[in-house]
Design a protein around this ligand. Structure first.
Ligand code: G6Q
Length: 546
């Protein structure tokens, strides 16, 4: 890959220019930037695929933007985008193409992986999911006792869980309310026990979602699911075929588990776990909202893909958001980004984004293996508004850290209820205004505040935020929103010259856990060869447990 021959990020002319520029603008206040430029609030906006982005409340000038866009050009962002969409093996440490965009490519498209067009296969899987979903939703597909299946339990973890949970919650409004959806991920038995405790096994369908079909947590939960079902249905092994389906790339392991591979929905090694909610991993989503809803979501993804692929960078939402993130992270030294959806249905969206962003860009070496000497992916976190306003917003407004925020809101509510929605939206606008402009010492004094209290009531302001505004939370809008962040992550990964598509950092803990399991399970006192802390903790656990 060309990366090895790229100049180091910090050697790029635009990067150096950004450094000297930063010294000039670091103390500029948004109050002044807005006062000096009456058109700023209208100019520093962009619209793509029906999503509106207001980025005017960031600490940037026209020159900042110009230099950031130059950085994108120097980094060869355009070439990298084309390489991803084309199916080049840009995930070099795993020697894989990165083609989540192929999951939503239109039927007639041609995208080659190792010389083979993958688009027909993608559509064949969506069709197979659609016919299965319709059979379950209509009641044609029945459980082994002849009862209709009303409960769906997705067993999966990480990329095989967070997307499905988030999408189910996000699209609940469109879901079949006669059905119950649960998601089991944690190897903590409580997760499974609570998920099934009030369910009738005869009405329950398990989806075992695992790309590899070897993941410890998922396989442990899948076996517990199998046992639970069999124990409730008279140990009739033939029930498995009616109550278990799999989503995986590993037909061999699926077969070994006892699931008929006719009831397996496939995907491919070029779909990363955290980029897979629009693959067959979204089977639970389709069961909830139906095939048309799922296809509408794919269409939303596709629209944002097209926007990202074809729009000039200065009007390109994911590019602008990605570059602003680099500006905050590497120049202002911001360590986190708060994602604040003012939409209750998006309550799991920040958790979903944590994996998407942090597993992708939490990297310490470049593609060529050299250590970076700049900060890469920030910590993403957040909660829906207005709830967060009554807890952690205090630190964002008056704390000592700079926390760039993404506010996400919708013009229309799915649950019109009196004045609720206007109140919700008033809070979005009020928060971004308060963060940017704050309240000066003079203003606080002018309100008659006693002198001793004045410093406590001053809001410095100058806290950056983006506002992302869409029309209404539909399946299509959800697809657009997820793709927006996927491509924002991609943009940043290209700038930082890292591989956004591997995740070696999760390996070590897995390996060590496998080593410790027999040490906990053995009847005889094991000989422990860890450090003294780990040895001591294991001994203590063994003692307390008994
Ligand atoms: C995502 C990661 C990781 C993965 C899980 C589940 O990008 O690779 O979160 O999705 O470890 O893996 P399986 O789907 O193979 O069970």
């Amino acid at each position: 890959m060309a990366a090895a021959t790229q100049p180091a990020l910090t050697e790029r002319p635009s990067w150096r220019a950004l450094h000297s520029h930063f010294e000039q603008v670091r103390n500029l206040h948004l109050r002044k930037l807005f006062a000096d430029d009456p058109a700023r609030g209208e100019r520093m906006t962009a619209e793509g695929a029906g999503i509106f982005l207001d980025y005017s409340k960031n600490r940037i000038t026209g020159e900042t933007l110009h230099l950031l866009l130059e950085l994108a050009e120097e980094a060869g962002l355009r070439t990298h985008i084309d390489a991803m969409f084309r199916g080049d093996k840009i995930n070099i440490t795993e020697k894989r193409a990165v083609l989540h965009t192929a999951l939503r490519a239109p039927a007639g498209a041609s995208i080659l992986v190792d010389g083979e067009n993958v688009v027909p296969e993608v559509h064949a899987v969506v069709d197979k999911m659609a016919s299965f979903s319709e059979r379950v939703r209509s009641g044609e597909w029945k459980g082994s006792t002849g009862k209709r299946l009303r409960n769906v339990i997705n067993i999966g973890i990480g990329g095989s869980d967070l997307g499905p949970v988030m999408a189910y919650e996000a699209l609940r409004h469109y879901s079949d309310r006669a059905m119950t959806f649960r998601f089991v991920s944690n190897v903590d038995g409580t997760d499974f026990a609570e998920a099934v405790q009030d369910l009738d096994a005869a009405e329950t369908l398990f989806i075992i979602s695992s790309k590899t079909f070897t993941t410890l947590e998922t396989m442990t939960n899948a076996h517990s699911g199998r046992q639970w079902l069999l124990s409730k249905l008279g140990n009739d092994e033939s029930a498995i075929a009616k109550h278990f389906v799999a989503v995986s790339t590993n037909a061999k392991e699926v077969g070994k588990f006892g699931i008929d591979t006719a009831n397996m929905f496939g995907f491919w090694d070029w779909v990363g776990g955290r980029y897979s909610m629009d693959s067959a991993i979204g089977l639970s989503t389709m069961l909830a909202v139906g095939a048309d809803g799922f296809r509408a979501m794919l269409d939303g993804f596709r629209q944002m893909d097209e926007h990202f692929r074809t729009t000039p960078f200065d009007r390109n939402l994911p590019v602008l958001m990605g570059l602003l993130g680099v500006w905050h992270t590497d120049f202002f030294g911001a360590q986190t980004v708060a994602v604040l959806p003012y939409e209750q249905y998006l309550k799991r969206f920040p958790a979903y984004l944590q994996q998407l962003t942090m597993e992708s860009n939490g990297k310490h070496v470049t593609l060529s293996g050299t250590a970076v000497d700049y900060a890469t992916g920030p910590v993403y976190w957040g909660e829906p508004g207005t709830n967060g306003q009554h807890s952690f917003y205090q630190l964002i407004h008056q704390g000592t850290r700079l926390i760039p925020c993404d506010f996400i809101a919708f013009a229309k509510t799915l649950n019109p209820l009196g004045r609720h929605h206007d109140m919700l939206m008033a809070n979005v606008f009020a928060q971004t205004e308060a963060l940017a402009f704050g309240k000066t010492l003079e203003q606080v004094r002018a309100e008659g505040t006693p002198d001793w209290l004045v410093p406590h009531r001053v809001f410095e302001g100058n806290r950056p935020s983006n506002t992302i505004l869409a029309d209404e939370l539909t399946p299509q809008a959800l697809g657009k929103l997820v793709a927006l962040y996927e491509h924002c992550v991609f943009t940043q990964g290209v700038i930082w010259q890292i591989n956004s598509f591997d995740q070696w950092g999760v390996e070590l803990g897995k390996v060590l856990a496998q080593r410790i399991i027999p040490e906990l399970e053995s009847a005889a006192e094991p000989t422990l060869g860890h450090d003294t802390s780990t040895n001591n903790l294991i001994r203590r656990y063994r003692k307390l447990r008994s």
